[in-house]
Ligand binder design. Structure first.
Ligand SMILES: [Zn+2]
Length: 774
């Protein structure tokens, strides 16, 4: 082969926006004296653990449940990313929205195991082979600073990592994982160093964490017995904990708590059942003083007056607990930012066996005047005195004792001025000011009671059906934009802004509350912004939508109202193709956008003669993994190719392959995970020249990765026109393998067309058109 290879080195900068959303605490947890006592034990014990890993689901809920509920030591899980790069097993959301769902799943998990939850701004950009690749994308200094800050603010006694800070032995894992441990280990030292990130010291003090451990697993040592024997020879370094216990206060075993927690990761399909029996965890000392762990494992003896007060409270009769709590709250008063004060106040409200609701009649409230309803009820002998109730400038004085079992209901007229937030109502009970979220309460015929936080919005909200448009060869594309009117207004002006100028403007009149106005917009190529100008200079720049799932609170998403029109010029002589659906991808849909007719094929019934009408026949991703009986029907497709057709198979995983009939191809786990990886192209190859000429530019702007599960062996004479390699990886030649089959072609490609076409990557369209037109 007379190959003329060229190097292509590329860079790609990912762009993310951040919006705020609802916080973690949630209503409707059942409380009793046992739970109050458990919370008192935790409040009394000042010991803390910071658990650090990379993703939602990395955290070991067994260990967290044990520390929290058996040792009464607070644990916070610092997940460096929010998991936005993963798959979603329960619904359609991916990317940014999936990250928001996973954040809420972590908060929901912590409500079960009792831990706290934190994040950094590190993005989950998909699979990464090494920590070096990870740090290239994360901005290591910045993320390290965030980990240091969290340690200084949380002040843990020990830090625990889920992963090893090195990749030797059996510890090679996702680059994010190794990176999380490396950052934890560096931050462990830096948090105590006043010269590290000195600007943080205006807000937090330096902090000396006593020790850092790796929560090692037997799989890192090749077996349970092996880890046991290594640990036994070095008890100073390896701490073995028997974590299984019965938590009386909750009536649950620690495994049950852990599996309830783990099962909140529903978008990842991580529901689990508890394990009954002895359950061991290993903590392997990475740095610091290993004895720090003993201080956590041994029962804590209250030291300060405050701790003694809480300790006395837990031995007191239930009737007296509110009195103790009130004393503890008074001691903490004055520092309203103190997280412990919030916990004490919350516990106080539980201890008086109360139900306190401040409700609005809708989950979305436009800024302006509204009436909210306050209802208060308790079942405690303690004399509960209700003082004043405030929301913004609105105030209502009650000033009366509330008898047990008597429902107090009041309306309050309020003025809500700030959009995109959950208003808080302040209620004084027994001289303690409590902040209660404004909620929406309703009955759902299937779910029963639904309680969601109220979210304030502007008088009109925008939703954009298709924020990403792909326009092929100058074709005019449009998307509906919905204007949801929450407060009647006379007129509004809708603008589409492009490069800081108004590209399109339309005046809308007589917008009536409760209606939705649909506008069809055709943005120019590139990025545009939708803007709505309302009376009194109010502008709406953001779109808004709600993600609703039953296992987590609703997520109110506000994000810039942007439109992107990916304008792509591509020649595609193929006019009609057949598509065998695989595990689910949108390749057929985006192939249609090129003007190609795509027919869905039933692989079990189609004949080679019927296939002859198609310019190409394509298998969707993982077709050979998900169709149990595919092996039986493949010969029909190979006959189609032998008769002169073009058969294209997209990636399949090498395990769980339902056929070995791949015409001499062998699949491997080779993958190129850097979307801007080096690529060498055989510029003479027909597939890179006809009808579209593929140039280095066509490998720019790819998203998430190049491809995966490439073949590493193929029949002699096959054409492999692309070589690619991650910055530290091997060169792979199997991303695109084309072999002659009779009069036709059999194309196998692990390139991620399923990601690149929906993302509007121009080069991927051109290469895809060339493949369809071989
Ligand atoms: Zn992970």
């Amino acid at each position: 082969m007379n190959a003329n290879y060229r190097w292509i080195g590329l860079t790609f900068i990912a762009c993310f926006t951040k919006v705020l959303f609802g916080q973690s605490n949630w209503y409707n947890q059942q409380w009793n004296d046992g739970k109050v006592e458990l919370e008192l034990k935790k409040l009394m014990n000042p010991k803390k653990v910071l658990y650090i890993a990379a993703h939602p689901d990395d955290e070991n809920t067994r260990l967290i449940a044990y520390f929290e509920n058996v040792l009464h030591v607070d644990v916070a899980y610092l997940s460096l990313t929010n998991g936005s790069g993963g798959q979603n097993l329960i619904s359609e959301e991916l990317g940014y929205d999936l990250g928001l769902i996973r954040e809420q799943e972590l908060y929901a998990a912590r409500r079960h195991d009792g831990g706290e939850q934190f994040f950094t701004s590190a993005t989950d950009f998909g699979y990464s082979k090494t920590h070096t690749e990870t740090f290239k994308k994360w901005n290591k200094e910045k993320i390290l600073g965030e980990v240091v800050y969290r340690i200084r603010a949380y002040q843990p006694d020990i830090i625990i990592t889920r992963f090893a800070p090195y990749t030797e032995g059996l510890n090679r894992t996702h680059g994010h994982h190794t990176a999380s441990a490396i950052l934890a280990l560096e931050a462990f030292k830096l948090a105590a160093d006043k010269d590290a990130y000195p600007r943080q010291l205006e807000k937090v003090d330096t902090w000396n964490t006593r020790a850092i451990f790796w929560n090692s697993s037997w799989w890192s040592y090749g077996g349970k017995e092996r880890l046991d024997s290594i640990a036994a020879t070095n008890p100073e370094k390896y701490k073995k904990l028997q974590i299984e216990s019965y938590v009386d206060e909750l009536g649950l075993t620690s495994s049950e708590i852990a599996s309830n927690s783990r099962s909140m990761h529903k978008s990842q399909g991580f529901g689990t059942r508890p394990y009954y029996g002895p359950n061991f965890e290993y903590l392997e000392l990475l740095d610091g003083d290993g004895a720090a762990l003993d201080a956590l494992v041994n029962p804590y003896i209250p030291q300060t007056e405050y701790e003694k007060l809480l300790n006395n409270a837990r031995f007191a009769k239930a009737d007296a607990i509110p009195g103790f709590l009130k004393q503890a709250i008074m001691r903490k008063m004055g520092d309203e930012d103190d997280a412990e004060l919030t916990r004490l106040k919350d516990l106080y409200l539980k201890s008086i066996k109360s139900r306190v609701f401040v409700t609005a009649d809708q989950p979305l409230l436009a800024v302006g005047k509204h009436t909210v309803n306050i209802s208060l009820l308790h079942f405690h002998k303690w004399p509960v005195f209700i003082g004043s109730i405030r929301l913004g400038d609105a105030k209502l004085d009650i000033n009366q004792n509330l008898e047990p079992g008597v429902l107090l209901e009041k309306d309050l007229q309020v003025q809500l001025d700030d959009p995109y937030q959950n208003p808080k109502v302040s209620i004084a009970i027994d001289g303690i000011r409590l902040n209660i979220p404004l909620v929406y309460r309703t009955s759902d015929p299937v779910q029963g009671e639904v309680i969601q936080k109220v979210f304030t919005i502007k008088p009109v909200t925008l939703t954009i059906e298709q924020p990403e448009l792909i326009s092929i060869n100058g074709e005019l594309k449009q998307t509906p934009v919905f204007l949801n009117v929450h407060t009647s207004i006379d007129s509004a002006i809708l603008h589409v802004m492009h490069s800081d100028t108004i590209y399109y403007a339309d005046t809308l009149r007589n917008l009536v509350e409760g209606t939705t106005i649909t506008q069809y917009l055709s943005p120019p190529a590139g990025k545009s912004e939708v803007r709505l100008v309302l009376p009194n200079r109010v502008q709406v720049h953001k779109k808004h939508y709600t993600l609703k799932h039953n296992h987590i609170p609703w997520i109110q998403v506000t994000a810039p109202a942007q439109l992107t029109n990916h304008s792509i010029m591509v020649v595609c002589p193929a006019k009609k193709i057949g598509y065998v659906a695989g595990a689910g991808d949108k390749v057929a849909e985006f192939t249609r956008s090129m003007g190609v007719e795509v027919e869905a094929l039933d692989y079990t019934s189609v004949t080679a003669e019927e296939l002859a009408q198609y310019d190409a026949v394509v298998f969707g991703i993982r077709s050979l993994n998900v169709h149990e009986d595919i092996d039986k029907y493949l010969p029909v497709f190979y006959t189609y190719a032998e008769n002169g057709g073009t058969l294209i198979m997209q990636y399949n995983t090498s395990h769980r392959l339902k056929t070995s009939n791949l015409k001499g191809l062998k699949l491997s786990r080779d993958r190129v995970t850097e979307e801007d990886s080096r690529v060498i192209a055989d510029t003479n190859a027909v597939v890179l020249n006809k009808p579209n000429t593929i140039t280095p530019k066509d490998f720019e702007g790819w998203v998430q990765e190049r491809g995966l599960y490439f073949p590493n062996s193929w029949p002699y004479g096959s054409v492999t026109p692309l070589k690619m390699a991650d910055s530290e990886g091997d060169w792979y030649t199997g991303s695109l393998v084309i072999q002659d089959l009779g009069k036709g072609k059999f194309v196998y490609t692990g390139l991620s067309f399923f990601r690149e076409l929906p993302a509007g990557v121009s080069g991927a369209y051109k290469l895809w058109a060339n493949l369809l037109s071989l």
